[in-house]
Ligand binder design. Sequence first.
Ligand code: HEM
Length: 345
Amino acid sequence: MRPNFLHHLHPPTIPAEQARWRYTLGAGGIAIFLVLVLILTGILEMFYYIPTPAEAALSVQIISYSVPFGALVRNLHYWAGQLLLVVSGLHLLRVVLTGAYARPRRFNYLLGLALFVLIILLDFTGYILRWDQGIQWALVVGTNLVKSIPWVGDSLYQMLVGGTQPGAAALIRFYTWHIFGLMLLAGILTIWHAFRVRRDGGIAVPPPPLRTSTERITRFELLRREVTAMLLTGAGLLLLSLLLPAPIAPAITEITALSGDTHAPWFFLWVQQMLKWGDPFLLGVLVPLLVLLILALIPYLLTAPRQAELGRWFPKANRLAQVILVVITLLVTLFMLLALGPVIQ
Ligand code: HEM
């Protein structure tokens, strides 16, 4: 049989060390599964969703309350989107806390980081598509952040929103980015990223002379573990979707940042909190970009783990990278909780 892309991702045997749950958490594979669920359920939603300000929120209500299995499909799409963000965040944590980003995997780490940004943008544009009162803060404050960029802010705002304030042009642009532009980029990067894992020699473990175990597993065993992860994730996702419906609110009547639910989507709550403390350009644009830059530079500026240390958590040689990531994660979580305070009350 001629080897195909799936054979490339699943060679006849791989070192057992590369496929340990407690090392990889299965997070990369679970992320791929969630991407597939998102594509399938997203295509189904496209049959009913209408991207105009007058009908968007109404069409979401029709999907949720009238279309057979519409609520299930929408809930699956919503929860797969949230889980994908959490799972790729965990995957990013594991890659840094195990030092797996070290040469020759530096480029693939950047591909992964680009994917992470694309997933945040996909979640954000999808959230805007609801076009109900719940999304107004994100729509108004989020797009105004673009305006705060010196010199090019106004032109960028025009390109993003298609006018002087969000309306029909903005909605169709967010829709096109969501279902086509961002999706296409994310699809290409996901395939490239998975392909690079193999090209870089599989999951990071010590080279053969330094390995403690010579055990290998077959591609069927690898596939069995992947299918197990998918079934468990699929069951969890189904349960979430049956028990907790995706948010829904009345349609927007007049666009204002202050009516309805006045908070950002959960993954931008940390930015919303920082905006309370000062300049929108500094805190809403520069600080998030700086965080991204720090993450991107980790493999290039900081000491990598030694070869023998690969394949396990918390190697000694890259402690600084671990500390940086843990501090960033703790601060982002703290700011999210602070922003949530008034919402919970
Ligand atoms: C949709 C998002 C992503 C998908 C679908 C994905 C998929 C995968 C898969 C299937 C693997 C191999 C299995 C595993 O390690 O669990 C992998 C490994 C890897 N990923 Fe990702 N990934 C994503 C995001 C990221 C992010 C955010 C980063 C870091 C910035 C990243 C960096 C890496 C690196 C460096 C490896 C090689 C790890 C090693 O050799 O131990 N990926 N990814």
